[in-house]
Write a protein that binds this ligand. Structure first.
Ligand code: WTA
Length: 572
């Protein structure tokens, strides 16, 4: 590895010198650390896996510790190279080529990681799907991306509406196929038979890597498109912010169905060459502490909801585990309450470091890096090479301590390159004088720290997951009893927000608890459990604008007992 232009930002480094060095920062210097910087021909999977497998000092190091129920396995970087090569061969034999969209719909298992990196090795664009998605959610994503192949399991394949997906040619099943005559290919058997050598497809740095579908306040989920070039920032933030060093054991608790689970559950840590821990299964405080203890985790990246759930498991439980290896804890996805930071200090004798970024930014942007003095409740400061600001609705920069739109000056290495098939959506992010406008409101204090205030739009963050109210409303009104629906986030002490729906029933339907439950189950069955309203309130009618748009702002005011504000656009 060649020299770094900036010294590592760790606890020993003088922050003032660092701030100075930041002034002349240039990403192209960082890029020189990669072998491809002169040719421009690159493959993320090579840089994350093969490069270490070819290094005699690294090849026998554990790359992946996997644990779920009775399945407990470990894979070295050499093993990972072998299995991702095999997966690449399986895909190539099935006709998958550069630029094809290959979706991965399965719960966390080693095979998920083989399939995802194998698809990247053939030059495909991967689309990870959260395992909780039901038929409607799966349809929207595979249809919009015109996915050609899917890797899934016998349980989840039932949720794939094949009749609506004419482009979906190939389906691999992991976990058992009776015979391949039904058109499903047996991923495990093919993986076993496939050759262990594979020459990665060398793609351009601006070629497609991954599509993450995410929600806005209007319309269907949008496909946020990222390219291989993002690795520059994945790698550098893994060093600067996660503080990953040789010998570290790292655990990111996010599922690869979400951007944190790929950028920092796969790419960042493996680009940095550390041992990565993956624990399957649902949340349990015991299992989580056990994971930290059992693998001697040194760096841990999680989310406020998880910390709050651990907090509510009590102060005694954590004392039963040996967490002395833990050196650095980080958080992302929702506001990290000062109370949780204080609990973290008590429970782990460490400060939880907050980080801010989005699916669209592709990598960390505003962070508390190790050397910084943490102001509990602040998201930190922009990392070197990122210029963040608070701007007004015309795109003018605001002075410190004024609330406004959290915006970033384009561009940075991991920035999304497109919204799949929707140029106008992409352009709409840059309408304020060319700033990338995040949709978050915040202010910056006089020391340059950023403080999150809320979303500007109606996007809901529940247990760290981003939910678009429109998607839920559209599903609700498909239920025969529902005439109109409006969906908001209702503040919740553990989950940040929960989803609450206001529903006006159609003529002939009576409000009842049974009907509530039926409507909840309908959304659960069609979209996913985590987007189903936890609460439903029936109303005779809902507040609407004259053009018929549900006024979520008014619903929120009802819920929080706040003044409803200007109602001049409301219909009578
Ligand atoms: C929110 C997750 C407060 C924010 C990586 C953002 C945060 C949205 C923080 C993106 C934080 C993320 N404090 N809020 N540290 N980090 N958010 O795309 O509203 O799932 O716009 O990406 O999460 O969510 P997404």
């Amino acid at each position: 590895m060649k020299v770094q232009t900036l010294p590592p930002i760790d606890g020993n480094y003088n922050l003032q010198d660092y701030e100075q060095a930041k002034q002349n920062f240039d990403w192209s210097e960082i890029e020189k650390q990669f072998s491809w910087h002169e040719t421009g021909k690159v493959n993320m999977a090579y840089e994350a896996i093969d490069r270490h497998a070819e290094n005699p000092d690294k090849q026998n190091q554990v790359a992946l510790h996997y644990l779920d129920g009775s399945r407990k396995e470990e894979y070295t970087f050499a093993d990972m190279k072998k299995y991702t090569n095999k997966a690449a061969n399986v895909m190539k034999e099935a006709g998958i080529e550069k630029g094809d969209r290959v979706f991965i719909f399965m719960s966390r298992s080693p095979e998920l990681y083989f399939a995802l990196l194998g698809a990247i090795k053939v030059g495909a664009i991967v689309g990870p799907l959260f395992e909780a998605f039901m038929e409607g959610a799966v349809r929207d994503r595979l249809e919009d991306s015109e996915a050609k192949a899917l890797v899934t399991t016998p349980q989840l394949v039932e949720r794939v509406p094949f009749d609506d997906l004419p482009n979906l040619e190939t389906v691999f099943i992991h976990g058992g196929v009776d015979d391949e005559k039904g058109g499903f290919l047996d991923f495990d058997a093919r993986l076993q038979q496939a050759g262990s050598d594979f020459e990665p497809e060398w793609v351009d740095r601006e070629d497609g890597l991954i599509l993450h579908y995410t929600s806005g306040s209007t319309g269907k989920p949008k496909g946020v498109y990222h390219v291989h070039n993002a690795m520059i920032q994945h790698y550098q933030t893994a060093k600067w912010v996660l503080d990953l060093k040789d010998g570290d054991v790292y655990w990111c608790t996010a599922d690869p169905g979400w951007v944190t689970g790929t950028s920092y559950g796969i790419f960042g840590p493996w680009l940095a060459g550390v041992t990565n821990v993956v624990r399957g299964g649902r949340f349990s405080a015991q299992d989580w502490y056990d994971t930290l203890d059992r693998y001697n985790v040194s760096v841990w990246y999680s989310a406020p909801t998880a910390f709050r759930m651990l907090m509510s498991a009590g102060d005694e439980l954590v004392k039963e585990y040996d967490l002395s290896s833990l050196r650095h804890i980080l958080s992302v996805g929702e506001p990290l309450n000062p109370e949780v930071v204080r609990w973290g200090e008590k429970a782990f004798n460490l400060r939880i470091h907050d980080t801010w970024w989005m699916t669209e930014t592709g990598a960390m942007m505003i962070c508390n890096y190790p050397a910084m003095t943490i102001k509990a409740g602040s998201m930190g400061k922009p990392i070197p090479g990122v210029y963040g600001a608070i701007v007004d609705d015309q795109g003018n920069e605001l002075p410190p301590n004024r609330m406004g739109n959290l915006a970033i000056k384009p561009t940075w290495p991991a920035m999304m390159r497109a919204i799949w098939n929707r140029k106008e959506k992409f352009d709409s992010y840059f309408e304020l004088n060319g700033w990338y406008v995040s949709g978050d409101s915040a202010y910056m204090d006089e020391d340059g720290y950023f403080w999150f205030q809320g979303r500007v739009d109606d996007v809901i963050m529940t247990a760290g997951e981003r939910v678009g109210p429109f998607e839920v409303e559209s599903k609700l009104v498909e239920h025969p009893a529902v005439g109109e629906a409006g969906v908001i986030g209702k503040p919740d002490p553990v989950r940040g927000e929960i989803i609450k729906a206001f529903v006006a029933l159609r003529e002939g339907y009576e409000a009842s608890d049974e009907l509530k439950e039926e409507i909840q189950n309908f959304v659960k069955k069609e979209l996913a459990g985590h987007v189903a309203p936890k609460e439903i309130e029936f109303r005779k009618s809902l507040p609407k604008t004259r053009s018929g748009k549900i006024m979520r702002r008014v619903l929120k005011a009802w819920e929080l007992d706040l003044p409803t504000g200007d109602l001049s656009t409301m219909e009578d």
